[in-house]
Ligand binder design. Sequence first.
Ligand code: SIN
Ligand code: NI
Length: 259
Amino acid sequence: MNAPADTDLDADGRVSQQLVDAYRQDGFVRVRGVLDQGEIERFRAAAEDYLETHRAESLETGATFSQLVNVWRRDPTLRDLTLDRRLGRIAERLAGFPLRLWHDQMLVKEPHSDTATEFHQDRPYWPHAGDRLPLSAWIALVDVPPERGCMTFLPGTQHRTGLRSQDLHDAEDLFAADPSLRWAPRVTLPLRAGDCTFHSGYTGHMALPNRTGTARLAHVTIYIDADTAYSGAAHPVTDGLGLTPGSRLDGEDFPRPWA
Ligand code: SIN
Ligand code: NI
């Protein structure tokens, strides 16, 4: 990857200590310019093709978004993005400990879809145990202003562990689970194509509807503590792998190529 001009990365592809501190304080951070123009075009074209062929396989069947999981296993171009060593190393620097891939997902809000992804935390959905704070890189493959469905975060909520999982179709559900969050500050982060946000698995977040005529294409790579164990709960990524509860999520299904 070659860094473009408008980037938060230094010549070695690293983020500043200031951004690391911001992530640790807020539970999210925007990193501009993680992809250069050539990469944006290559990955966007691959994502559009993949969506065309696989849209019907979306895990989410409502209007919120199309959700295509583990595209890295099936598309050699998008595999390069998911397993990108520079992104993986940035994620490890933000986290402060070794990470492995949990899964990736293409999250597409179709043009004029008009449905928000409502406030939720990610980690309560996952069958994980014994882990430190996971985090997701949400990479914009098109410009994502608020009207195309960028994300809004609740700073500091990465410390709010222990909540039940929340319904991302219900605008009230996170606040029903924890009424103290209802009046928390909200930060909305527009992204240019090639920018990304990192957010922790407990940081409350939502995404606005896509009211534009252009699909909102986001590629999300989710990183977990390299020592994460399988809890035994059901999940589409682990169902059928024959895992024993308590065993570590590792091996070729959960790689760490940036190590
Ligand atoms: C979205 O992109 O619509 C939601 C992303 C997320 O919940 O992590
Ligand atoms: Ni989420």
